[in-house]
Design a protein around this ligand. Structure first.
Ligand SMILES: [Zn+2]
Length: 309
């Protein structure tokens, strides 16, 4: 569901890719109207016309759209990833990767970096799964699964509303995840990994993360605007993604065997962690209007700012 200030056009153009959209309903000052949706597949856009509804200038309108989509397998959009359980069997967790323009494949949205909104996310997941997102969990309620659907017991996980942010930085992860937490920073810092990874090996990375967050907050003199910082390890992710408050890494970056110290590996992993955490300010809090200025996010960290360990 989205709220926005409409222009004089009674026509909402939204980005969408690989989603099956159902019906749309627009509410303006307690008046509701339904609409048929039309698609422009080449432009990844959907058009939601409301010809019979007059929207007063400056009024707020609320657009609700039902839609379905499928988990991807190529680590784009809302994707699943595979891990081995201790008994050797294969299992799956799921997470998101949206930069630059894949948020639209998980939910219809105004998917451009310069368009910011507050986000209120609710997930329905299996009761034995963990759900993580940009913000902390606001409430968690167990629900009875409907008959004829997947009958595994479910819970509704509602997250706190985010500050203003870009769609490409929204994120969530679901699965059999467990975590290591540090309180060495002003806010909780957690590393979440799949059951196949030994959490003892995440101690080096969580120390690097708390050091980096303290350094950047002191250097910029701007407090992180979120209630926590979670680092999610994904198998074969290859790099990192600076989602605000829920940064995703290749799980190898977060895993370090301290009985076999290797300076090269330490520097490599800490560099990636520092880089993504610097983006919590450069890119996430302050965002370029369009992608051709993204070098500002990447260049300032590389050239001038890096905590030493
Ligand atoms: Zn970067």
């Amino acid at each position: 569901m989205a709220s926005w200030k409409p222009s004089c056009e009674q026509n909402a153009a939204i980005f969408s890719l690989l989603l099956c959209l159902g019906c749309a309903r627009l509410t303006v000052i307690n008046r509701k109207a339904g609409s048929n949706i039309t698609f422009d597949l080449a432009e990844n856009r959907v058009y939601v016309p409301f010809p019979d509804l007059v929207i007063p200038a400056g009024a707020k309108a609320q657009l609700a759209i039902t839609y379905t989509g499928a988990l991807s397998t190529d680590k784009q959009g809302f994707f699943r990833w595979e891990y081995k359980k201790t008994d050797g069997t294969t299992a799956y967790n799921a997470a998101t990767f949206f930069e630059p323009a894949a948020a639209r494949s998980a939910y219809p949205c105004w998917d451009e970096p310069g368009i910011k909104a507050t986000m209120s996310l609710t997930l329905i997941v299996n009761r034995n799964q963990t759900a993580v997102s940009n913000m902390d969990v606001a409430s968690e309620i167990e629900v009875v699964s409907l008959p004829l659907q997947n009958t595994r017991p479910k819970k509704v996980v509602r997250f706190q509303t985010t500050p203003l942010m870009s769609t490409y930085l929204t994120a969530w992860a679901v699965g059999n995840l467990y975590y290591l937490e540090s309180r060495d920073y002003r806010l909780p810092v957690r590393i979440y990994v799949a059951l196949s990874m030994n959490l003892e090996t995440a101690k080096f990375a969580i120390k690097a993360a708390t050091d980096a967050l303290r350094f950047f907050e002191r250097t910029f003199d701007v407090s992180l605007e979120l209630p926590k910082s979670d680092l999610i390890g994904v198998a074969n992710y290859g790099g990192g993604m600076e989602n605000w408050g829920m940064i995703v890494f290749d799980d190898g970056t977060l895993s370090y065997d301290q009985t076999h110290i290797n300076a090269y590996d330490q520097v490599k992993d800490v560099t990636v962690i520092n880089h993504e955490l610097a983006h919590q300010w450069f890119g996430d809090l302050v965002t370029t209007r369009w992608w051709n200025d993204i070098w500002l996010n990447e260049g300032l960290y590389v050239c001038h700012l890096s905590p030493s360990h």
